[in-house]
Design a protein around this ligand. Structure first.
Ligand code: UDP
Ligand code: MN
Length: 348
């Protein structure tokens, strides 16, 4: 009797295991709507480096998140508000960010500003090999329409004196270019036809918003009318109270700056915005590591897409400071215990 039971058990066991495995695979498969670049954690660099077409990178941490937050599109408090303003150009703010004691405080300050800006889509790019729980949770509760990307800075570039967040800003650009990739391009390429020279894209503006700067709401009103590339003054930068493009007869003719005035575009990352049309129609324009001297990121990027003559001065012909290159002091954690002493663990 016992041996009959065991023989049946061992015959059935492999089948039971196969069924369990199939059920498990099926429940892990992302739903159709999540498979395209609207995946929550999408890293263009992941695809690039590993040759993997899969855009979804579900992380173990994802399972801890409340349902309804699995899609990357974190919505503004009212979706109606987004739809109601649909004649306004979208502002895409690309924010590189990295883990450090002040990170959540910085992101909170930014979210409090961005939440008040109509039609703003926040592209947060973590300098990290994986999306962190802190930023994932933060964005799911921020009430700002957001996309959460991540790409680590290679270790060799994490040195003082080298430009920061190059890979992260490029990841933001790559996400936009992928999102607005012409749907017919594969088809056209296969059939040998030339894609249209000037594709029409939705009205939009791209802006690089570092996580530690301070942004006035007026700044977004100004940049929203950008036709190609617009510029404005930046406060507390370059060793001066402010830097600004010098404007004569509505055109930029030079730069008021305390640092390397010989730069073709002597402007900080916070001092310009680029239309989505320009970003998409110059797909090769990226922030460069190779050949880029310290402090030349902005100039090297702008050189690829515009000329000084075509810059559009904003903020009353570049006479108003609407953004400040504030820098947060390194926090003093001298009294932080080496091992946890509190009875609970708190995210800061
Ligand atoms: N950043 C980053 N990884 C780093 C250092 C900086 O992603 O290793 C981000 C940072 O969060 C900020 C931007 O890059 O959004 C610019 O960095 P930071 O403010 O330190 O540069 P600074 O203002 O001194 O030029
Ligand atoms: Mn900064």
């Amino acid at each position: 009797m016992k041996s009959v039971f065991y023989s049946r058990f061992f015959i059935l066991l492999p089948w039971v295991l196969i069924v369990v495995i199939i059920i498990d695979i099926d429940t892990r498969r992302p739903s159709i709507s999540n498979r395209v670049p609207t995946a929550r954690h999408y890293s263009p660099y992941w695809k690039h480096r590993n040759g993997r077409a899969a855009l979804m990178r579900p992380q173990p941490s994802d399972t801890s998140m409340a349902s309804g937050t699995t899609n990357q599109e974190q919505l503004t408090s009212s979706d109606n508000q987004w739809a109601k303003n649909n004649s306004l150009p979208i502002i895409y703010a690309i924010t590189p960010t990295y883990s450090r004691p002040v990170q959540k405080a910085e992101l909170t300050r930014l979210a409090n500003t961005f939440r008040q800006v109509p039609r703003l889509h926040w592209i947060v790019v973590e300098d990290s090999p994986h999306p962190t729980d802190l930023v994932s949770r933060f964005l799911s509760e921020a009430s700002v329409r957001a996309t959460h990307l991540h790409v680590p800075t290679p270790r060799r570039y994490k040195r003082s004196g080298l430009p920061r967040a190059t890979e992260q800003r490029n990841a933001g650009l790559a996400w936009l270019r992928q999102k607005y990739q012409p749907k017919t391009s594969h088809h056209l390429q296969r059939s040998g036809a030339q894609p249209p020279v000037q594709q029409e894209y939705p009205a939009g503006v791209v802006f690089f918003a570092d996580d530690d700067n301070t942004y006035s709401l007026e700044l977004f009103q100004e940049m929203r009318t950008t036709q190609k590339v617009s510029v404005w003054p930046v406060g507390l930068v370059g060793g001066r109270r402010y830097e600004r493009p010098v404007v004569e007869n509505g055109k930029v003719v030079g730069w008021y700056t305390g640092w390397r005035a010989d730069r073709p575009f002597a402007i900080d990352m916070a001092g310009f915005a680029v239309s989505l049309q320009v970003i998409l129609s110059s797909p090769k324009a990226v922030f460069k590591r190779r050949g880029s001297q310290p402090g030349m990121q902005e100039s090297d990027f702008l050189k690829q897409i515009t000329t000084v003559q075509e810059l559009e001065p904003k903020a009353n012909n570049c006479t108003k400071v609407l953004v400040w290159h504030t820098r947060t002091e390194k926090v003093n954690l001298a009294n932080e215990p080496k091992h946890p002493q509190d009875t609970i663990k708190i995210e800061v």
